[in-house]
Design a binder for this molecule. Structure first.
Ligand code: NAD
Length: 276
């Protein structure tokens, strides 16, 4: 079931580069999605938030974005593992803020286990949320973007959309799928003014990664700091986490005039990880 609410800005703001655009960002109640929503709102886009979380905290986030950036902000709590809920969210977004012309497919979950022990239900959930949800949202918005001659689709994939790591079979398969989906949509829309790109972050310190750090520290019996230096950032040559602000800045660039000829790309934001 889709829970829908709308916060209006306190005052009319001056036009900014993305004024007049509506951006829907899936999985934007935390982490990278929230960072991207914040960056797009700062440029003037109206925002549709989506994701799970404590209801009051989500409402505070929604109201804060609207007030700080002088944009309209709506929220849908649609569960992206459910295609019917996705269809309701897309209809709601259109109803309250007009056609979505910036779509950021970001919602994602992770589960780590050897393939022989990987629970089937986790495989199904990761494929549904990390990959199939992007198919459903793109399918819903692309015809109208093409008709209007403008659209920006950004799929948050991962360095794991380009290379693999052991024990992440579902995640790596889904993220490689997202990169493939990105290229196909880019080709189908190439002459229409609609671009479709994948952002492929390396490790970013968000709740998703904090959970992995805790789990690995427990599994290996080592301190969390050692998990960060010896396991996670071992593959990231610049030896630091990427930030949600860096991902947000790239999303803003892709949405602007400078991004008009960038389509079908898988853009690594990984400190050199995939240069290996
Ligand atoms: P996060 O856990 O902080 O945020 C995930 C978001 O997705 C949350 O808003 C959550 O509520 C939402 N979500 C989860 N399941 C959902 C569902 N069924 N329906 C609707 N929303 C749902 O994680 P994050 O690190 O910000 O990850 C965001 C994206 O970035 C994911 O696709 C992830 O795979 C990708 N990514 C993250 C990293 C990293 O290091 N953090 C690296 C590469 C790619």
């Amino acid at each position: 079931m889709t829970l829908a609410t709308l916060a209006k800005p306190s005052a009319a703001a001056k036009p900014r580069p993305l004024s007049g655009h509506t951006a829907l960002i899936t999985g934007s109640t935390s982490g990278i999605g929230l960072g991207v929503a914040q960056a797009l709102a700062a440029e003037g886009a109206a925002i549709v938030l989506n994701g799970f979380g404590d209801a009051q905290a989500v409402m505070r986030t929604r109201d804060r974005l609207a007030m700080e950036h002088g944009v309209e902000v709506a929220y849908s709590g649609a569960d992206l593992s459910d295609p019917t809920a996705i269809a309701e969210m897309m209809a709601y977004a259109r109803d309250v803020l007009g056609p979505v012309d910036i779509l950021v497919n970001n919602a994602g979950i992770q589960f780590v286990a050897p393939i022989s022990e990987f629970p089937t239900a986790k495989w199904d959930a990761i494929l549904a949320i990390n990959l199939s949800s992007a198919f459903h949202t793109i399918r819903a918005v692309l015809p109208e973007m093409v008709e209007r001659g403008f659209g920006r689709i950004i799929n948050v994939a991962s360095a794991h959309g380009l290379v693999a790591s052991p024990f992440k079979s579902a995640y790596v398969a889904a993220k490689h799928g997202v990169v493939g989906l990105t290229k196909t949509v880019a080709l189908e829309a190439a002459t229409s003014g609609v671009t479709c790109n994948a952002i492929c972050p390396g490790y970013v310190l968000t709740p998703l990664v904090e959970k992995q750090i805790e789990e690995q520290a427990r599994a290996h019996g080592i301190p969390a700091e050692k998990v960060v230096t010896d396991i996670l950032l071992a593959s990231q040559p610049n030896k630091r986490f990427a930030t949600v602000e860096e991902i947000g800045a790239l999303a803003v660039f892709l949405c602007g005039h400078g991004g008009a000829s960038i389509t079908g790309a898988a853009l690594a934001v990984d400190g050199g990880w995939t240069a290996h």
